[in-house]
Design a protein around this ligand. Sequence first.
Ligand code: ZN
Length: 365
Amino acid sequence: MNSRAGRTLSLALVFSAGAALFLGSASPAQAGDRPARAPLARPAPPNLLLPVSTTPTTSVRTAHTRIAIPEAQRPMTALQIAARHGLKYHDAGTYVLLEGGTLRVRIYPGTSTVVIAGREYTVKDPALRSERTIVLSKRVTGFLNHKIGSFRADERVHKTVHRGRPRARPRFKPLPPLPPKPKRAKRTPAPARTIPAKPAPKKIAPIGPERQWIPPTRERKWKWIVIHHSDDQRGNMAKYDDYHRNDKGWEHGCGYHFVIGNGSLSGNGEVEMGPRWTKQLHGAHAKTPDNRFNDHGVGICLVGDFNVGSAKPSSAQMSALVRLVRWLRDRYGINLSDVHGHCDCCSTECPGKNFPWAELKRRAR
Ligand SMILES: [Zn+2]
């Protein structure tokens, strides 16, 4: 669930309520010839082309005073790293994506995981989030500069070598190739002949819980997996279905496709399918302007609140999640890098700072 987004929403509501009050304050006589409504001011987009500061110091304003921090001691933001390397910067939630040519860097704040060009690295200091900026410690900064630098150098070597002697192999692959899309068997018209056609081999259904997950209807094109926590201690599919259907008024019920229980209202590690999965409907769990994660993202919710203390999913929940993610990846050809947290898509901390991303990415490979 979504505490930050909630706050933003309520701010937006206060703002629009204020605007409505302002507009509504015109007397009824004026109502007819009310001037055209001015467009509401939008917050300025983050300056993506912010140059790296060349001044030796920077000042930070605190409540009482200004403190000058020498450049050398100042942690860098991911934005500055991007500017230094001439890369594009995206901040879509709590990860950062740097793109330049084929290079992609993803930083998960609060964890020690950095993914560079599809490879996962562990660094000692976690990246921290400050408002909409990921602040990186000096150690991470040095690590990234080194890795990005060597990658780019390597890319150049690869290009020249390739032009001169195409047989020479580069030491690094630029990016792992995208997984092949699951091919739908082409239906060929039955040949008009007397020889009985060989019956097509039957698709063997998997054994185990996976068997129950096969939707009974035409499957949707799933491209992403989005993981959530329920933000409460006790829950199951029925509870969230009731909440979304009756309190939120969503006609298709529970916004998640799957709920993985923690032993409170369903079994520990029990995977429950929601109506949106069995009917192969879009989810309602990760709203973005283009709604892609709802339209083509499988929403999986783990019961629990992994943002308090050191609370983590139970091992049974993790095992079930790994099994489900592997099955979904295999069936729909979903890349490991397209397995996201809700926080990667929206401004929220879901599924919580303690969610074991490194473990999931390692086991769901
Ligand atoms: Zn969520």
